[in-house]
Design a protein around this ligand. Structure first.
Ligand code: ARG
Length: 464
């Protein structure tokens, strides 16, 4: 049996190293189930349109079902001579049902077949990733609820900025992930276009029913230009980009968790299940899961870059270069799956560090209240700019003299502005500070509680 789908015009065997070099079966076997499902729909369509004999179609479908069952249970054995998944399915079918298998590839080329498989894969994985993102959002929202009272130093420029609720910061990640879901939904919608029937690049002389095949495969529409259909890999780039932003968010989350669990911050304790130790320093418990998640975003970035460069400047229509889109795509998807599950595990296991309550004083850094103090003066009638200047001078004087702002005597305050009263000392309270941030989207416990409730309700709804 000739195992190649294209052997007729060749009189010589391919060079050995080249043969191995061009084989994609090592990675496109990932597409097995999509390829089989696509072939089933194609054959049903060919039979319905009277293009292949019904008996042949029936026996092809029976054979494909058997192969499908094997692939589903992981026992589909790929023939050694198969260069790619399309050939592997054909070879297995031919071995099973004989010459009827040769009718399957009517009005189809691997060029449209591979596009179909890849679109089905991307649609499926977009749904899977959306579910996993939801799982991570839920883990974050539940932690926010559990640790509603913890106050942490909000940072800008990685320097103390203002007190905020830890829950508020955790919900920031829920917001980012919501945008990731929207992007993945858009990826699904873009990939949801059925290319089969475009054949090599120009269509076919057979009267095929592309809409019928699209319906069978759950596509909402068919492609309208056969040349574009076999040339287009935008949907793959869209997926890779959506994954990059997802990784960027996960990576920033990891960096935050690493920082907050340092001895210096002393706010959070990482779950041991996601840490490892040192082979020399017995005391170590390192946040490796978070570091590796942060690190794996590099690969996700590289994967998008690689396919972008791959596609740039390719003439229409199909080019074999495009085979190289698979490993970057599959790699990014697999990594994103792992990252989402692991990040959710980490967040579920995170606990406040022992003694974190004491550390909520943030080393007694009163400068965190500087804006609160400026707003205090504005409320007493000063223009913001004047208030800013006055508080700036007080900060400088306190740094100089080593006196904390909360300990600066009243006369000193009065020297700076006659607007100061005794009530200025009430400013130096973390709870009061966060409670005062009542503008929509702010960090006041009441608003944050509202946001937690909103998210938990939304995320328990299947269509969140
Ligand atoms: N392995 C190929 C790919 O991934 C399948 C299409 C091959 N088409 C061809 N004309 N050689 O792109």
């Amino acid at each position: 049996m000739d195992k190649k789908l294209w052997g007729g015009r060749f009189t010589k065997e391919q060079d050995d190293r080249f043969w191995k070099f061009q084989c994609s079966i090592g990675y496109d076997k990932e597409l097995a189930l999509y390829d089989i499902q696509g072939s089933m729909a194609h054959v049903k369509m060919l039979s319905k349109c009277g293009i292949i004999p019904r008996d042949n179609a029936r026996s092809i479908l029976k054979g494909l079902k058997r192969i499908q069952a094997q692939a589903q249970s992981g026992v589909f054995s790929i023939d050694k001579g198969a260069e790619d998944i399309h050939s592997a399915v054909y070879i297995a079918l031919k071995a099973d049902i004989g010459p009827a298998a040769d009718y399957m590839h009517t009005a189809r080329s691997r060029n449209d077949q591979v596009c179909l498989d890849m679109r089905m894969y991307v649609k499926d994985k977009a749904c899977l990733l959306i579910d996993l993102v939801k799982g991570l959002q839920l883990a974050l929202a539940l932690s926010a609820k559990k640790y509603q009272d913890i106050i942490m130093p909000g940072l800008t420029h990685t320097q103390h900025a203002m007190p905020v609720l830890l829950a508020h910061q955790l919900l920031a990640y829920v917001e980012m992930l919501q945008r990731d879901k929207a992007r993945l939904e858009a990826v699904y919608a873009i990939a949801d276009e059925m290319p089969l029937g475009s054949c090599a690049m120009a269509g076919t002389s057979f009267k095929i029913d592309r809409q019928y095949a699209a319906r069978l495969l759950g596509f909402s529409r068919i492609s309208h230009n056969s040349i574009d259909a076999v040339s287009d890999r935008d949907f793959i780039l869209d997926m890779l980009y959506a994954i990059i932003l997802l990784f960027m968010h996960i990576s920033r989350f990891c960096e935050d968790m690493i920082l907050l669990s340092t001895e210096e911050f002393g706010l959070l304790n990482m779950p041991e299940q996601y840490c490892t130790g040192s082979s020399i320093m017995p005391q170590k418990k390192n946040p490796d899961a978070l570091e590796l998640l942060r690190g794996s975003s590099a690969q996700a970035y590289a994967n998008l870059h690689s396919v972008m460069v791959l596609m740039k400047g390719l003439p229409l229509s199909y080019n074999r270069d495009m085979q190289l889109d698979k490993e970057p795509l599959f790699g990014s998807v697999r990594q994103a799956e792992d990252a989402l599950i692991i990040a959710a595990g980490v967040i579920k296991g995170i606990k406040p560090a022992k003694g974190h309550g004491l550390r909520q004083g943030f080393g007694g850094d009163d400068c965190l209240y500087a804006l609160d103090m400026a707003e205090y003066l504005v409320k007493k009638g000063l223009a913001f700019k004047q208030a800013h200047d006055i508080i700036g001078r007080i900060v400088a004087c306190c740094i100089d003299s080593g006196i904390k702002m909360s300990c600066l005597p009243m006369e000193k305050y009065r020297q700076m502005s006659d607007k100061f009263d005794k009530d200025i000392y009430k400013i130096f309270c973390l709870k009061r500070s966060v409670a005062s941030k009542i503008s929509a989207g702010g960090t006041s416990p009441e608003l944050v509680r509202g946001q937690i409730g909103k998210w938990l309700k939304r995320l328990s709804n299947r269509r969140a």
